[in-house]
Design a protein around this ligand. Sequence first.
Ligand code: NAD
Length: 489
Amino acid sequence: METYAYYADGRWLEPAGGEYFDSENPYTGKAWAKIPRCNTADANIAVQAAYRAYHEGPWGRMNPSERGAMVRRLGDAVARHAERLAEIEVRDNGKRRVDIRPGLSSWLIDSFYYYAGMADKFEGAVIPTGRDQILNYTRHEPYGVVAAITAWNSPLLIAIWKLAPALAAGNTVVLKPSEFASASTLELMKAFEDADLPSGVINTVTGFGAEVGEPLVTHEQVRKVSFTGSVEGGARVAGLAARTIKSVTMELGGKSPQLVFDDARLEHTVHGVCGGIFPPAGQSCIAGSRLLLQSGIYDDFVEKLLEVTARARLGDPNDAATSIGPIANKAHFETVLGHIERARQSGATLACGGNAVNPEGAGGWFIEPTVFTDVTPDMPLAREEIFGPVLAVMRFDSEEEAVQIANDSDFGLAAGIWTEDHRRALDLANRLEAGTVYLNNYFDACTQSPVGGYKQSGYGRENGWEGMRDFLQTKSVWLSTARRIDAPF
Ligand code: NAD
């Protein structure tokens, strides 16, 4: 068993309460690491370190080009430690290795390089006020201390989407990874030691939302909260942050629709739809978990979908031949099975899957790729985020009906449209209520392009120019060149 410490003020610390909790390998179901169970005292140490680093250390006053060079060094550090980071990410959360190396890890590195370059390019503006003797201009300034709270499904990626722009913008950060997958974020801190940033600029506390997350969110010295997680968690955090009027970014859940029209290319689309949910076992915020099929293609599509799904091989996430890895933790494994059981009783038809399995006798938490057909839009299966390998298939006749069903959701994270009629694709892209729309593809993303939600999927954006903007506030400065100011009365 590996025992981790948490990281604050440039030091590795024991949790104030002296307690640890186990982190389990989802492939084997066995505990492999002990993670510090931090509490309010630890949150205070980390926030105070970040506050000092911002207000008293060099970071807050640093020349932006110099800060950009330091952020670039974080990217170099990730590149040097990419193998170790990938190894721990797979062991701790069951992500398939092929999804991390080389693609994901080069994305992590590129994020630092991208935002490093942006550090000295965020220009203010001279505002045309119409006043002769006034110069009014804007500056974009950091918030100070940022609390970055992340989910378990992709710990490193989510952390870096926040860290790279927050730091490039000039903030200091306290990270809190999910209690279900904290180890890779702590390993990231080890990697960052190579970059030799001033103490307190980056800190990580670990533990549970109520015990260490809430003290961060309510801390007066934290001025910005960037949260990735469930709608329930987000609503609680936004409410707590409101007490001290903090700026908040929310990256929350989804129930993303995939609309397939009669004219879509069958095989190509089946591959895209399957790839849009099953490889990460549905544990992606943008998983295309609602499949809307036009009546003319319905039967052929379902037949082909089942044929392709049957080929999926569940197993070791380190094995390149594995198509679907495990569910990332036991609690969530049980939640997904609960959803499947309720769906079975709802009147939908279980077309394939639905069972927990134990491939390779590993002992971990695996669920077969599961397809329910004859789903109607009112069923919980069509409305609730399952965040597992469960696809709900519905039928529609007209474009209007497809848009109506697609938008009839509390969520609005992503959507896919599959059609050879590009006029229709572009028209529907405008009409779907989602932060990301894919036309004849699904699941792509990159550092340069913003992601985020509509409706209860959240607000604010990560990645791209907007990802940096989210960590800056605007100041308006008024300078007068008037020779005198007349008495007001
Ligand atoms: P969660 O809401 O249970 O927890 C997320 C994080 O918030 C964890 O670190 C947790 O400890 C912390 N937390 C929970 N309650 C808290 C509180 N009261 N105060 C402070 N912190 C608190 O979510 P989860 O189960 O870890 O993640 C899965 C969810 O995340 C899914 O809904 C998924 O769609 C969503 N997600 C969204 C995106 C996106 O970019 N939109 C990306 C990945 C995951």
